[in-house]
Design a protein around this ligand. Structure first.
Ligand SMILES: [Zn+2]
Length: 288
């Protein structure tokens, strides 16, 4: 069932990885699984009376080499009552709690890395201060986003406008704390980004490599463990055939390379290994 289990930190060479939690929200189940019929997906994640499924938001804390980084920051607390109801947002336990569980608070974060700038990933990047003004949520941090994603997010069209809320990222640029990175590059020792395209043209995953091992924060490439099935692709994706092509190659690498995968939106499983048996892919959870 859905839960927020405190997970012990996972050691990967010099890096310490801890899945964080910014609550649950709900999205239309059909939209989450694209062309897959409900008769199949509802066995994996059941729908409520409004056909919504519950998803988690699990940013990742990365500590190592003297740096404290978070990848994505959840939905944050700026949503109005109407959207809180539409998306069924439940942040009774949120990022502040999970940072505290890890012995931290927002002021201890040095670096905030964005997979992309949709509101369920970047909502937690900014807050309203006591005067009602928008400000960076992590007061000492540099923020990093991909150049192409920033361009698309700040020039939205009818198909993506509802996902790109300017209040989540424009204040970072105004405050001078946002760095744009154009390509697949190292962000910190053992941390590099790889563009997947698909979900958005410049959506990226984060590879964590240390001690001869690889872990991957897959963001919306593989949002839940149900999405390890190749054609299980979100209807939200702007370029689904690009998702399919990237995912096919990535899954092969992940299985053969024993990558530890972090699932940002899975309601129950924060991390696991992708396995294959008789041609069927499944996830062996870790931390249970
Ligand atoms: Zn998402």
């Amino acid at each position: 069932m859905q839960r927020d289990k405190g997970m012990p930190l996972i050691k990967l060479g010099d890096l310490e990885l801890t899945p964080l939690f910014d609550g649950f929200f709900r999205l239309d189940g059909g939209a989450m699984f694209g062309v897959v019929p409900k008769t199949l997906w509802e066995k994996r994640i059941p729908a409520d009376v409004k056909n919504r499924i519950t998803l988690a938001m699990r940013p990742l804390l990365v500590r190592g080499n003297g740096k404290t980084m978070v990848i994505d920051a959840g939905i944050g607390d700026k949503m109005d009552a109407k959207n809180t109801a539409i998306y069924g947002i439940d942040r009774s336990r949120n990022l502040d709690h999970s940072l505290a569980d890890a012995g931290l608070d927002a002021s201890r974060i040095d670096l905030v890395l964005a997979s992309h700038l949709h509101f369920d990933h970047a909502g937690g990047f900014t807050i309203r201060d006591t005067a009602g003004d928008l400000a960076p949520r992590f007061p000492r941090a540099r923020y990093v986003a991909r150049t192409g994603e920033w361009e698309d997010a700040t020039h939205p069209h009818e198909r993506n406008r509802a996902s790109y809320l300017q209040e989540n990222f424009v204040p970072l640029m105004n405050a001078g704390v946002l760095d744009l990175v154009p390509g697949d590059e190292p962000i910190a020792p053992g941390v590099r980004v790889v563009r997947t395209g698909g979900h958005t043209m410049h959506h990226q995953i984060v590879l964590l490599e240390s001690g001869g091992r690889t872990a991957v924060f897959t963001a919306d490439l593989i949002p839940t463990t149900a999405h390890v099935n190749e054609p299980w692709i979100m209807a939200y994706d702007l370029y689904p055939m690009n998702t399919l092509a990237f995912k096919r190659t990535f899954l092969r690498d992940a299985i053969d390379g024993e990558y530890l995968i972090f699932f940002e939106h899975d309601p129950a499983i924060a991390a696991g290994y992708i396995r294959e048996r008789d041609g069927r892919k499944y996830v062996e959870p870790v931390g249970d």
